[in-house]
Write a protein that binds this ligand. Sequence first.
Ligand code: NAP
Length: 281
Amino acid sequence: MKKISPTTQLCGVILHPAGHSRSPAMHNAAFKSLGIDARFLAFDVIPEQLASAIAGCKALGLRQLAVSIPHKQNVIPYLDEVDQVASKIGAVNTITLRENRLVGSNTDCIGLVRALERTTPLKDKRAVVLGAGGAARAAIFGLLQSGAHVTVLNRTVGKARTLLTELGGERAGALEDLAKIECDILINTTSVGLSEDISPVMSKNIPEGSIVFDAIYSPEPTRLLRDAEEKGCVSINGKWMLVGQALEQIRLWTGLCPSEQILADAFDTAGNTLSQTKKTI
Ligand code: NAP
């Protein structure tokens, strides 16, 4: 990697909490492989400091800023412009400084589509999205753009209905409705499984022979993916979505396309380092 000099660019991700982030590892590995003179850091920004953090980034001239949980929706009022895709999704995970204007974009939808397309084409597939939060919005948008038929199931059914009205799709319902629905691809975008070893749906309701994707990448595998594997389904974890969205961010920011494998390896190495750190603590 090039030595830090007065021309080195600073980039980063704003999120809270920040200690688990694998974005610095992935982005710095990509910068190194592409010979880009930049460093990428994780900035722990509490919600109350979001406005000043964005103003500070603009003042410092950070040309590239990623946005993660919990700021993806709340950051929008502080931007000068939001592109069409991010406006429709209602969430921004990528900010680019262009001619002193902060422009928001969303690459989570492309990340999800890339992750699924590693296994199957999406056109005409029957996809069921579990959840109705920010990740669900990106998933529904990406799936519809790719020609899939989308059903949205959520604990709070009203939110699933709202998403259907705003974004499109065929049906909305409760998580339990999965038992009655024909499904080729099941996509979990709820946070169930992140901090406890539980699944958002009962194992018996996972459709036989389906492809099951979980946006959660740690713990790995989640309970949902273990249940899916036991039923002979193909399972995909959220790593490939995170890699795909980062790859698209780098392409947007630099016009260059890093190797997906380099990002995936950096993701794995960062995960190993984090679990070693936890054991030491
Ligand atoms: P969010 O906006 O907070 O949405 C959370 C969703 O989970 C809501 O639909 C919520 O249902 C549901 N939920 C929460 N607790 C539940 C429970 N106990 N039972 C049933 N449903 C429950 O979060 P988000 O930003 O969409 O993120 C969701 C997940 O996706 C997170 O785990 C995040 O780490 C992951 N993600 C991964 C990537 C990636 O690149 N791999 C990218 C983005 C997000 P209600 O509406 O009923 O509250």
